[in-house]
Design a protein around this ligand. Structure first.
Ligand code: 5GP
Ligand code: ZN
Length: 138
C-alpha cells in the first residue's frame, strides 16, 4: 500500500526524484538531504509502513539485508572510518517522517557528529524490575 500524502512513498516510487544509491523491486536507497555526514543514506521500502512495529517480518529482514549491502558500498567507496545504522520510531525517538526508514551514516575520524546517548546507571534491582516488566507480557 502507498500513502498519497507520504513524501517517502513518493520518493521511494520515483514520483519525486532523488539521488538514488540503489533500487530494486521493493526498496530504494537515497541520499539524505540533510546528511549527518557525507554519504548519509536512507533505505526506503516502496510500500508504506509507518514504523518498525507496522513492518512485516519478511520486509524487516529484507530491509536489513539491503541496508547491509549499501552500507558496505558506501563505507568502502567513501573511505569511511566507521558507520552507524540508525532507525527511529516515534517522535519521542526522533522520527520526523512517518514512513519506515533505516539511516546509513558513514562516519569519519573527527567528523564532529554525536550519535549516541547519555548512559544511565541503574541498580541491579532496577534492571531486574525492568526485565520483569518486559517479560511479564511476553
Ligand atoms: P527521521 O528523523 O524520520 O528518522 O529521518 C528523516 C530523515 O529524512 C532526515 O535525516 C531528513 O534529513 C531526511 N529527509 C526529509 N525529507 C527528505 C526529502 O525530501 N528527501 C531526502 N532525500 N531526505 C529527506
Ligand atoms: Zn509512505
Amino acid at each position: 500500500m502507498k500513502d498519497d500524502n507520504c513524501i517517502f512513498c513518493k520518493i521511494a516510487n520515483g514520483v519525486i526524484p532523488s539521488k538514488t544509491v540503489y533500487e530494486d523491486e521493493n526498496f530504494r536507497i537515497i541520499l539524505d538531504l540533510g546528511p549527518a555526514a557525507k554519504g548519509h543514506a536512507l533505505v526506503l521500502p516502496k510500500e508504506h509502513y509507518a514504523n518498525l512495529f507496522d513492518l512485516p517480518e519478511d520486509v524487516a529482514a529484507a530491509a536489513f539485508v539491503t541496508a547491509k549491502k549499501a552500507a558496505g558500498m558506501i563505507y568502502k567507496n567513501l573511505g569511511a572510518d566507521g558507520l552507524n545504522i540508525v532507525q527511529n520510531n516515534g517522535a519521542a525517538a526522533g522520527q520526523t517522517v512517518p514512513h519506515f526508514h533505516i539511516h546509513i551514516i558513514p562516519r569519519y575520524e573527527n567528523d564532529g557528529q554525536k550519535i549516541g546517548w547519555v548512559p544511565g546507571n541503574p541498580s541491579d534491582e532496577e534492571l531486574s524490575g525492568t526485565l520483569s516488566e518486559i517479560l511479564a507480557k511476553a
